[in-house]
Design a protein around this ligand. Structure first.
Ligand SMILES: Cc1ncc(C[n+]2csc(CCOP(=O)(O)OP(=O)(O)O)c2C)c(N)n1
Ligand code: SF4
Ligand SMILES: [Mg+2]
Length: 316
């Protein structure tokens, strides 16, 4: 992966990062899978989501993310059941609204790793607006979209990523609406880290989640995750065990080149897997922290009630 990171024109580069990831403490043991697993997942046997959960546990184990340093947030959907199965802080929030909640957590707690697990419907249908705005604000958090090209939880409706012609309960004669391309959507919205993986390649999923977590900004990972119940075989063409092809992003791809990333995103299915786009840009977290530092400087030495009094005095 090319790592020629650039500063985006027009953005000052002097705003310090505020993200303070948990540092491994040699005195403290990392969590075991038994300690991280909260409940038995209620997904259908064979669902791709199992793999993503197992790899999240692996990531937590590998990076020694203790309970109090991670938060797992989701909306509603089969994929969004995720936080139930993780023994750490987490929220199974409203359908499509995981990102506003996660933004609040990220902005107020820079010491936490904030992960959002969503489905294609949750992220790009009802939550599409939030997706665009969270991305453009470059809020530090990681979104893993478990894309199965269908609404699984509600038993087979067309989703915004369902391909043309897909027969579902809402499109009995086949889908007629052009699908969203999550990778193009993320790049266009302003995400500063955009990657693609598939649940059938565990090492790659872990690699992408780890790289996303380490990115200081809004990171997005599209993870193909098969719904064996309502869209069986959807991703066979990307699975070498089913006669498909798993092709990694070319070694010479420049991850800072937006046009090149767009080109990769436009490849016909199964396309490429890996990091398509990654640039460094000041986060909203850093910018707000800077404003707060300036304001705190102005009221230095004052007690809380005196700060409040000043506010009331200004209103006179
Ligand atoms: C406000 C609201 N609207 C609609 C629903 C019904 N609903 C629940 S999950 C879902 C779609 C799930 O699809 P997706 O996000 O792709 O997740 P999957 O189940 O496929 O993992 C819908 C429409 C809801 N729970 N709340
Ligand atoms: S309905 Fe589909 S997405 Fe939901 S648990 Fe079953 S296989 Fe997974
Ligand atoms: Mg879905």
């Amino acid at each position: 992966m090319s790592q020629t990171l650039t500063e985006t024109p027009g953005h000052p580069g002097n705003i310090p990062a505020v993200a303070a990831p948990a540092l491994p403490d040699p005195e403290r043991k990392g969590l075991t899978k038994k300690e991280i697993a909260a409940d038995h997942p209620t997904w259908c046997p064979g669902c791709g989501d199992f793999s993503v959960l197992a790899l999240y546990f692996k990531l937590i184990e590998k990076r020694k993310l203790w309970h109090e340093k991670i938060t797992t947030i989701s909306g509603i959907g089969c994929s969004s059941r995720f936080p139930y199965f993780v023994q750490a802080h987490g929220v199974h929030f409203i359908h499509g609204r995981a990102l506003p909640f996660a933004s609040g957590v990220s902005l107020s707690r820079p010491d936490l790793h904030v992960f959002v697990f969503s489905g294609d419907g949750d992220a790009f249908s009802i939550g599409g607006n939030h997706f665009n705005h969270t991305a453009r604000k470059n809020i530090k958090l990681t979104v893993v979209c478990m894309d199965n090209w269908v609404y699984g939880l509600t038993k087979k409706q067309t989703s915004p990523t369902s391909p043309l012609g897909f027969k579902s309960k809402t499109d009995q004669w086949g889908a007629v609406d052009y699908p969203i391309n999550p990778m193009k959507q993320a790049i266009a919205a302003g995400a500063t880290f955009v990657a693609r993986t598939t649940a059938t390649n565990p090492n790659h999923v872990l690699q992408m989640m780890e790289a996303a977590m380490d990115h200081d900004g809004f990171s997005f990972v599209e993870c193909l995750s098969e719904c064996v119940e309502f869209y069986e075989g959807a991703f066979d063409a990307a699975n070498p065990r089913k006669g498909g092809v798993f092709k990694e992003v070319p070694k010479d791809h420049d991850v800072t080149d937006e046009a090149a990333a767009f080109k990769l995103a436009g490849e016909p299915f199964p396309g490429s897997f890996g990091v398509f786009y990654k640039v460094n840009k000041p986060t909203k977290n850093a910018k707000e922290a800077e404003i707060n530092r300036g304001l705190m400087e102005k009221v230095k030495g004052l007690k809380d009630w005196q700060i409040l009094q000043k506010t009331f005095d200004r209103m006179k």
